[in-house]
Every structure is written in C-alpha cells, then in structure tokens.
Design a protein around this ligand. Structure first.
Ligand SMILES: [Zn+2]
Length: 51
C-alpha cells in the first residue's frame, strides 16, 4: 500500500499513537484527540517512520 498516512500522531494526554495524513492532522488540530478529546497541538505530530 502506498499513500495514506505520512505523519504520526501521538496524543500527549492519553498516549494514543496513529498514522495520519495532512487532512486528518487538520481535523485533530480542530477537534482534539479522537480517543480522549484532549486539545491537540502541532507538536503532537512527527514524520512517519519508515519500517
Ligand atoms: Zn488522547
């Protein structure tokens, strides 16, 4: 599979980590963590690590 998530989101509050794309990042920044609802900042995102 190619495309899709190119960032890794890790919630600073609940610790949930997931691969996200740019539109998902924007949604998280707008609405908060999908798991715990905590406010998300840009610092919670990092480039996805290749495996
Ligand atoms: Zn969370």
């Amino acid at each position: 599979m190619t495309g899709g998530g190119d960032l890794t989101f890790r919630c600073p509050d609940c610790g949930e980590a997931m691969a996200v794309n740019e539109s998902m990042r924007d949604a998280l920044l707008d609405h908060g963590c999908v798991v715990c609802g905590s406010t998300v900042s840009a610092a919670a995102f990092s480039p996805a690590e290749p495996e």
